[in-house]
Design a protein. Structure first.
Length: 375
């Protein structure tokens, strides 16, 4: 009974708290306010979220895979493919991609911490290699920069533009300084003269190598130089183009959160407050003043004779009184003999219960009298 009362009170308190919270939130917020909210979990999980949305808005079809191989590229319908090397299976020679590129397709390879030996050999066959020595300058043929210099000389102006956000740790150099590059090559350097992006024009298509593509990530696309480079790589500025684009990148951050949507878009505050109120109400239920630990006055029990008669009637009703009397008789005889009293030899289990009770009382009186005499 006490437990039911405590549970009822607890539920009433919880209902009042929830009702008050909903009422205050929906009815008492009369002053408009602005609050800053961080990016959604979808944006945090995908570093290229802004780029993908921009490409979709420009009319491109964008898909993403967590892994892929040469067959994924050759058998797919996508015309432009961006891949991170650590998410790609280089089980086949990348040379197989050359005919696919010559048809007019475009492949962007973003090097990260992983450089497969097949990819390394493929880069060497094109005439470049990864530059691991920061003290040396690049020896690549710079075609695009020569054109820009000619334009600047003709105009008589020299513009200092910001450079895209290139990977600081990865650059490229010529694999063999005495061997010309295999294809027409365009490069982009950083302020230290290190080549950070290499573009090979292969037939009607192109192949682009860069380090970690920081200039394509969410935090970088607010800068004009990054947007211009992204537009050039993904052909965004070509009107009427319906190119399909595939991203082969890490999708590990897209897993569903353990708490689902409870931890998104302002819900954590409400979740924490509700949990705190629940804990407070729970503790309140068990404090001595109010809760289940409150002292309850003990009700006096019934006299021993009444309890003994009730027990006897219960045993008689269930046909167990005879066995009980037999066991009780043996116990009384043993106690009487230990005190020097010889009990009557009546067969107690054949008498009525009231007779048995009277006989037991007389025997107990004899025991008590003997004890008083000894004292």
């Amino acid at each position: 009974m006490k437990d039911n009362q405590s549970l009822t009170v607890f539920l009433v308190i919880l209902g009042i708290i929830l009702f008050a919270g909903v009422f205050c939130y929906t009815q008492l917020e009369i002053v408009p306010s602005t609050r800053w909210e961080g990016p959604t979990r979808e944006v945090r999980a995908n570093s290229f979220y802004a780029l993908e949305k921009w490409l979709e808005e420009s009319g491109r079809t964008v898909k993403s895979l967590s892994t892929g191989n040469v067959d994924t590229i050759l058998n797919g319908s996508e015309n432009i493919i961006f891949l991170e090397t650590s998410c790609f299976n280089w089980s086949k020679n990348p040379e197989l991609l050359i005919p696919w590129l010559e048809e007019g397709n475009r492949l962007i390879i973003s090097l990260d911490t992983y450089l497969n030996y097949r990819l390394k050999d493929f880069m060497a066959s094109l005439g470049i290699s990864r530059d691991d020595n920061d003290d040396e300058t690049d020896a690549l043929l710079i075609i695009e920069e020569e054109k820009e210099e000619e334009k600047e000389e003709e105009s008589g102006e020299t513009k200092q533009e910001k450079l895209p956000y290139f990977d600081r740790g990865i650059s490229f150099k010529k694999a063999d300084t005495d061997t010309p590059l295999r294809y027409k090559t365009l490069v982009m350097n950083n302020s230290n003269g290190k080549t950070k992006l290499v573009k090979f024009e292969i037939g009607k298509g192109s192949l682009i190598f860069t380090g970690t593509a920081n200039f394509l990530k969410n935090h970088a696309l607010h800068e004009k130089q990054n947007v211009d480079l992204a537009a050039d790589i993904f052909l965004v500025d070509i009107p009427g183009s319906e190119q399909e684009i595939l991203f082969i990148r890490s999708l590990s951050g897209n897993k569903q959160h353990l708490l689902g949507n409870l931890a998104e878009r302002g819900n954590p505050a409400a979740l924490i407050i509700s949990f705190a109120l629940l804990v407070v109400a729970g503790f309140w239920m068990v404090i001595p003043i109010f809760g289940r630990c409150r002292s309850v006055p003990e009700k006096p029990g019934k006299p021993l004779n009444e309890r003994f008669l009730a027990e006897g009637h219960f045993l008689k009703k269930n046909h167990a009184l005879g066995k009980y009397i037999e066991i009780y008789e043996k116990e009384l005889e043993q106690r009487a003999r230990s005190q020097g009293i010889t009990p009557a030899n009546a067969v107690l289990k054949k008498i009525t219960f009231v007779q048995f009770l009277n006989k037991q009382k007389k025997l107990m009186e004899q025991l008590e009298k003997l004890n008083r005499e000894k004292l």
